[in-house]
Design a protein around this ligand. Structure first.
Ligand SMILES: [Zn+2]
Ligand SMILES: [Zn+2]
Length: 146
């Protein structure tokens, strides 16, 4: 008798799941589950938010996407799996990728601690908001879904 965990069962590829993957592939906007749902329900009016949410959880568990917590209001998802840092605009919630550069290890690093990876989250104002192009609220946390 096989004692293999059923948790690693094959990922069933439904049209909705395929569409979620297609939407995320190469997507640099770091969408939230709500963003993905709003976008895809136009094509699949019968699709539920739970389907989107559960698919994202499955993709996360399979390490096909990453979850980023830089946005205080919502979890955002990132299909880019090469290590990189993020710039977050506190006005419009824009998240921009910042390729991981060569960072010098911190000077006060405890002896013997080996650094394996590092993701830095920078909070600031994006160029468009800095020029006054985006006349939004100061905090995007209250931003309404469009
Ligand atoms: Zn901005
Ligand atoms: Zn990213």
């Amino acid at each position: 008798m096989k004692r293999e965990s059923r948790k690693t069962a094959a990922f069933r590829m439904t049209p909705q799941r395929a569409e979620i993957l297609r939407f995320l592939d190469g997507n640099k906007s770091h969408p939230s589950a709500e963003d993905i749902y709003a976008r895809l329900k136009r094509k699949f009016p019968g699709m539920s938010f739970a389907t989107v949410y559960n698919t994202l959880q499955t993709l996360l568990a399979r390490r096909q996407i990453a979850e980023i917590k830089i946005d205080p209001a919502r979890k955002r998802f990132d299909p880019g799996l090469t290590p990189h840092s993020h710039l977050f605009c506190v006005r419009c919630c824009l998240i921009t990728d910042l390729p991981a550069g060569r960072l010098a290890p911190p000077k006060n690093l405890p002896k013997g601690f080996k650094i394996l990876s590092c993701n830095i989250e920078y909070y600031g104002i994006c160029p468009a908001c800095g020029r006054g192009g985006n006349k939004g609220e100061i905090s995007c946390a209250k931003k309404k879904q469009t």
